[in-house]
Design a protein around this ligand. Structure first.
Ligand SMILES: [Zn+2]
Length: 78
């Protein structure tokens, strides 16, 4: 298992996610983002808007994803 925070995943708080794979991690972060979005949390709304901007450019999105995956892979297992 590796741990990353909401902040490290490009969003807006220090909530920690623990997962075995980066895909799982990304999924948890997405669910959390949606929850915060529904609560109307402004910091997460802003982060989500920025992410949606990024998604308009598939290459940029892919690069972001690959960079985060590398970050994830470089973390110590815990
Ligand atoms: Zn968060």
């Amino acid at each position: 298992m590796r741990t990353m925070t909401c902040n490290q995943l490009g969003s807006a708080c220090d909530k920690e996610f623990r997962a075995d794979t980066f895909e799982e991690m990304a999924e948890m972060s997405k669910k959390h983002g949606m929850e915060m979005f529904q609560k109307g949390d402004e910091a997460h709304l802003k982060a989500m808007n920025e992410m949606q901007e990024l998604m308009k450019t598939p290459e940029a999105m892919k690069e972001w994803f690959e960079n985060k995956r590398k970050e994830f892979d470089a973390l110590p297992e815990n």
